[in-house]
Design a protein around this ligand. Sequence first.
Ligand code: AMP
Length: 170
Amino acid sequence: MRSPSVFPPWLRSEISARLGFPHPESAMAQAYDPNNIFAKILRGEAPCLKVYEDETALAFMDIMPRGDGHVVVVPKVAARNILDIAPADLARFMPAVQKVALAAKKGLNAEGVKIEQYNESASGQTVYHLHFHVLPRWADVALKPPGGPIVSADVLAPIAEKIRAAIAEG
Ligand code: AMP
């Protein structure tokens, strides 16, 4: 068996970029698929109900919400999950997650906010572009399980508007 790489995936990517050819160990890493649904949303090729955008991030309503105000926040850089994003890109992006969490809590009068993030299928990841789930929480309301049903934009739009308004208020 091959011994584990000393290079994490993000560092292999950076080495590849600087060398101009793939790092020898890059085939071991799971590849980023630019046709995933979040990449299409980022390119404007698929619709979303946007709640926030800046130069590092896009946040939009989850179409299969596990509770009221379930938002996903995605970085604009192409990263499969937290295992392959460059630390500097992650650091630039994370304030957007905090901004959306604060706004979701305030805008929906939530008692708390849960942040979830999955890496690879064994952990529950189904969309292979890094994303953070922002889940407003109320102590006496249970979260629904992942995986549906799909909720219409008509139902999600007024919730998105409350979160947008809270972001605008600062
Ligand atoms: P994960 O299991 O962490 O990969 O979560 C992927 C999330 O993306 C799930 O909560 C899905 O409901 C959500 N999702 C999938 N397709 C879309 C879409 N087109 N717009 C918004 N959310 C989506």
